[in-house]
Design a protein around this ligand. Structure first.
Ligand code: PMP
Ligand code: GLN
Length: 388
């Protein structure tokens, strides 16, 4: 008898990032779709990795991560967020933010639990919630009429909380809109969860890429939120190394212990030589992280300037290496179709915003990754401007 496999995720196709990158590749298009930098990680760091590959320990790392790396993460957390966390019990090194998010959701969500995400929502949350047997509730970020400034709608969040709510996923700095939170937002969030058992999952992978006068206000820095929060970050974004797949989760000891129960059977441990090199590199205090925001701000400014005087509309992103661009004055075509067509016809690939939203949107928005060299960005925008 031929076994039949009933899908556990029947509504999930291949992730849009793979789809668009593949299409860009097939058509030789400039790939501003999937978010990855075209820059190299710091040379000192890659030299250190080479050293540890040749002379270091190439066997299993400790399950929660190499201790010296966890200590370096604790120091970074103290310096940037002002909180002292325990490297032994409160930090877990994971295989990218992806595994940290996935393992956390599996550790926390039970059958029938509700999990709230803000739309547009990064595409891994809902499938991970479904695999855990949970139900994903979508709360759209607010968008004032005529504006492209996305902001959390706390009123709607309040209305979406029920006695089944187990977890709220807070991805700020937000992919793809660049929305960020301030301390007033965190106070509001605290007031909404105060008398509940709701846990929080803060996906803060863009913590070091925040622009202008804005600052990143981590859930970790909030006295009332910290005891119920898993904070996830990724060295992929911070060190131009998305291919290394190393991230981490910081959470109070009792929460970290539950995450580790899953992490140990998902990947067990993350590769040893890169962990050793990261520990040494972060410990040497290279200043790379401090200059990351201004580096990307120049990219953002260039990318936005290149559109000036065109019929594309945009509001400079407050954070991340993504810029939303409104093409409503150029075409009425849906974003999924136009993203594909422009990849094929003008050779510029982007990500349609609607794939991150549960409810169809009438907005005509595409997400472009500006983590590219200036010539690539200039070429891409020239091609787009030729349309208008
Ligand atoms: N969360 C968000 C919001 C992201 O944009 C990404 C990837 N770019 C991830 C998680 C996954 O990070 P990683 O590549 O470290 O797994
Ligand atoms: N996070 C990246 C983005 O938003 C892509 C990650 C991936 O391809 N899985 O584009």
């Amino acid at each position: 008898m031929q076994p039949t496999l009933k899908s556990k995720l029947p509504n999930v196709g291949t992730t849009i990032f793979t789809v668009m990158s593949q299409l860009a590749h097939e058509h030789g298009a400039i790939n501003l779709s999937q978010g990855f930098p075209s820059f190299s990680p710091p040379a000192e760091l890659t030299d250190m990795i080479g050293h540890y590959l040749k002379h270091g320990n190439n066997q299993y790392a400790p399950m929660p991560g190499v201790l010296t790396l966890r200590e370096a993460i604790a120091e970074k957390t103290r310096r940037f967020q002002g909180r002292t966390v325990n490297a032994e019990t409160e930090i877990t090194v994971c295989s990218g933010a992806t595994e940290a998010l996935f393992s956390t959701i599996q550790a926390v969500v039970r059958r029938g639990d509700e999990v709230i995400v803000f739309d547009p929502a990064y595409d891994l949350y809902e499938p991970a919630i479904q695999l855990a047997g949970g139900i994903c509730r979508h709360v759209p970020l607010g968008l004032a009429a005529g504006s492209l400034d996305f902001i959390p709608d706390w009123q709607q969040l309040e209305e979406s909380i029920s006695n089944k709510t187990r977890l709220i996923v807070c991805n700020f700095p937000h992919n793809p809109t660049g929305a960020i939170l301030d301390s007033t937002d965190l106070d509001r969030l605290a007031s909404l969860v105060r008398d509940t058992g709701i846990l929080l999952l803060a996906d803060e992978v863009y913590e070091h890429i925040v622009f202008d006068e804005n600052t990143h206000t981590s859930l970790l820095s909030h006295e009332e939120l910290w005891p119920r929060t898993f904070i996830v970050s990724s060295f992929g974004k911070t060190l131009h190394a998305t291919g290394w797949k190393i991230g981490y989760c910081i959470a109070p000891a009792a929460l970290s212990a539950e995450l580790r129960r899953v992490h140990q059977f998902t990947v067990f441990a993350v590769n040893t030589p890169i962990q050793n090199a990261l520990a040494e590199y972060l410990g040497s205090d290279p200043g790379f992280i401090d200059s990351l925001a201004s580096f990307y701000q120049q990219k953002r400014d260039l990318f936005c300037r290149l559109f000036q005087g065109s019929r594309f509309k945009l509001q400079p992103a407050r954070s991340t290496f993504f810029q939303l661009v409104d093409y409503a004055d150029i075409s009425a075509e849906g974003d999924v179709d136009i993203a594909r067509r422009w990849t094929r016809e003008i050779g510029v690939a982007s990500i349609p915003l609607s794939v991150f939203c549960a409810t169809p949107t009438a907005r005509r928005l595409l997400r472009f990754c500006f983590a590219k060299d200036d010539a690539t960005l200039t070429d891409a925008v020239e091609r787009l401007r030729a349309l208008s």
